[in-house]
Structure formats: C-alpha cells, structure tokens
Design a protein around this ligand. Sequence first.
Ligand SMILES: Nc1ncnc2c1ncn2[C@@H]1O[C@H](COP(=O)(O)OP(=O)(O)OP(=O)(O)O)[C@@H](O)[C@H]1O
Ligand SMILES: [Mg+2]
Length: 234
Amino acid sequence: MTTLLATHALDAFYGDFQALFGVDFELAQGEAVAVVGANGAGKSTLLKSLVGLLRNRHDAIHFLDHDIGDRPAPEIVRMGLALVPEGRQLFASLSVEENLLVGAYGAARREPWALDTVYELFPVLRERRRGNVADMSGGQQQMVAIGRALMSNPRVLLCDEISLGLAPVIVEDIYRLIPRIRAGGTSVVIVEQDVARALRTVDRFYCLQEGRVTLAGRPADVSFDDVRKAYFGA
Ligand SMILES: Nc1ncnc2c1ncn2[C@@H]1O[C@H](COP(=O)(O)OP(=O)(O)OP(=O)(O)O)[C@@H](O)[C@H]1O
Ligand SMILES: [Mg+2]
C-alpha cells in the first residue's frame, strides 16, 4: 500500500504546553483510520497539526511526497487535506448552498464532488439548500459540514467527532456514507469518542493517551482489554 500521509516524531505545542509527543501516524491511499482516546488525549491536536493549523517541523509531516510540517493551512487544503472540525464551524449567516460553495474554493481536484453529488449523498440538503444553516438540526448541520469539506475534493477527509451530540439514528446515517466517500477516492481519518463504532468503521486505528500513541493496529488484532488499557492507562 502507498503511504499518502504520515507524521514522523510529531510534537505539538500550545505555547509552553506540549500536547503531542513523538507521534508516528500513517494513512495509506484508500484507507480509513480512526484516532481514539479520552478527553484531552490530543486527537484534535493531531488533526489540527495535519492540516497546518499548528506549526511544526518541516519534516514532521509528509503528504504526497512533500514535507509539509511547516506549510500554512490554506496551502495544505489546496493540496487535498480537508478538515470537518469539532463543532462544525459553519457560516451561520449563509445558506446551505453558500456554505457548500465556500468549500469548493481552491479545490485540490475537480471530481467527483460537486453540488449535485453532495446533494445525492445528503438529499435533505438539496431540499433545504436556500435555508439558513442556523435553522437546521444538528444532524443536518453536520451533513453541511461534511459536504463543505467534500466540495474541495480532498484526497484525505479528516473528521473530528462527527457524531457528537447527534441522535443515534442520525449517526448511523452519517457513518453509512463513509464507504461512499472512500469509493470516491478519498481516504478518511475519523476522531471518535465511541470507540466501538470507530473500530467497526475503519481498517486501522491509533489510540492516544496524554499526547502519546499507546496502541495502534487493526481492530481484529486487538482485544477490548488492550484498547481499554491504551485508552485509560489502567
Ligand atoms: N488552544 C489551546 N491552548 C492550550 N491548550 C490546549 C488548546 N487546545 C487544546 N489544548 C490542550 O491540549 C491537550 C490536547 O487537547 P485536544 O483538544 O487535542 O484533545 P482531544 O483528544 O481532542 O480531546 P476532546 O475529546 O475533549 O476533544 C489538552 O490537554 C488540552 O487542554
Ligand atoms: Mg477534540
């Protein structure tokens, strides 16, 4: 398998506070990988580092045969990394369609995602395309956030807690779409608090604890007890 995205001994800091310690992470072309861990473990920090929202060493992050650790976020997004951020961060004063179109600026590729294909994935968004996102349910807003990220036709989609605060049936609907997103040629990284769901969805996973990788592998190769220890440290 070809490695698409990797980190090498990645550290991350907020001022003097160190949030990641020597993280080695890898994502192959076509793969879906989960990052799990307790509150404050460093999951969002890893995603923010990958997409350039936190500065790093030049050679700490490798994407598409380039060292990108010190590149700014807009450049990395143009190369084909897209983040669905924790808390969605939509433009509340814009309509559904306007939010989606914002995602298309500086797209890495032209295919396969565009308004039509995003609306096929989420039919309710077509119905509500002129509506204001502020008036939509949490699940629909999450669909807009995912759709907006897809509009850049990313090679890698990074999803930070896309199920948080949503009803279980809506979460099912959203997770069911991940194979279709992968079929469009996009590799997927999901950060998820629901470990069982995460492990059902992905090819491989990483468990973080206090900024360090404590376990990594294929879901089928680890026991519940291994994961529990790696997650809680006890
Ligand atoms: N902007 C910030 N400034 C200072 N410290 C931060 C900042 N953001 C996160 N941290 C700290 O970095 C560590 C990792 O945080 P991070 O948000 O990556 O965790 P997480 O695994 O995503 O947690 P959660 O499950 O709560 O989203 C925590 O100790 C957190 O308090
Ligand atoms: Mg987080």
